[in-house]
Write a protein that binds this ligand. Sequence first.
Ligand code: NAP
Length: 301
Amino acid sequence: MSSATPPARLRVGVIGAGRVGSVLGHALARAGHHVIAASGVSGDSVRRAARLLPAADLLPADEVVAAADLVLLAVPDDTLGGLVQGLAETGSWRRGQIVIHTSGAHGLAVLAPAAAAGVLPLALHPVMTFTGTPEDLDRLAGVSFGVTAEEHDRAVAEALVLEMGGEPTWVPESVRALYHAALAHGANHLVTLVNEALDLLRTAGVAEPERMIAPLLQAALDNSLRHGDAALTGPVSRGDAGTVRRHLGELVDHAPDSVPAYVAMARRTADRAIAAGRLRGLDAGPVLEVLTPTPVRGSRR
Ligand SMILES: NC(=O)c1ccc[n+]([C@@H]2O[C@H](COP(=O)([O-])OP(=O)(O)OC[C@H]3O[C@@H](n4cnc5c(N)ncnc54)[C@H](OP(=O)(O)O)[C@@H]3O)[C@@H](O)[C@H]2O)c1
């Protein structure tokens, strides 16, 4: 395969028609490619394919590969390696094809069996959360794609990402897992953190916690994206050890399962506040003391 920009119209096969595969397949069709085949067995995948990939025949994975110039693999991370290897063992890959996977955690290594058969391998990870509905398509405009590709294949990768409405950012193979850890830590744990806060507010008797907390969280996110650690406010950064102690006492009594995560986040917040010069020597000591060790149930200090 040459490193030139891909031909205007490719025959695309999607394995499988999950949340990401159905949406990116639709985006490729919107860019002028022909999505001619897709795989999916569950009712959800069959429905998504009918809605977002209406021109595609539903076929087994090896037949999708046989029909396609470009194969989009959008399967669970832990399934990817076995799938690529299995398709290599059955002689499904063809020299000159392009194969893309959408996993953040993997780079090119997982595609090695296809590359060995002469297929051009690309890791194109959209930095976005997908639901597998048409609303996802609107969110693709300007989304970063973490791209891992051989130097000579970069033009192909860039063209495909731009066609889907995204912006390529090059991620070296060696840091792919770290890159993905950063995204999961930020996006997935943010969801857990927000839901923990909502539950605590409900426990405190607040009737509409989402309404109460939304402006605060939106401002905190906006400020931290713009100002980094300087955006930090609250008792840890002020050195209000007494307030932190009272928080822990209440959590021990009302939400003991939340205590370890609160302590871990508060400690990390203190570390970052100290490093940023927000929390200074004399104030830092009492805060760190309150956070060590983790209080046991029922013991208010
Ligand atoms: N969802 C997101 O927000 C998001 C964002 C960026 C990247 N990603 C990445 O995109 C990939 C797909 O994620 P997803 O959320 O789209 O997953 P998903 O909604 O669970 O869909 C997975 C698809 O893979 C199919 N599949 C499962 N096992 C298979 C196998 N052994 N052989 C062939 N097909 C198989 C499923 O078919 P059936 O339904 O018939 O079982 C389904 O169509 C993952 O690598 C994920 O990390 C996801």
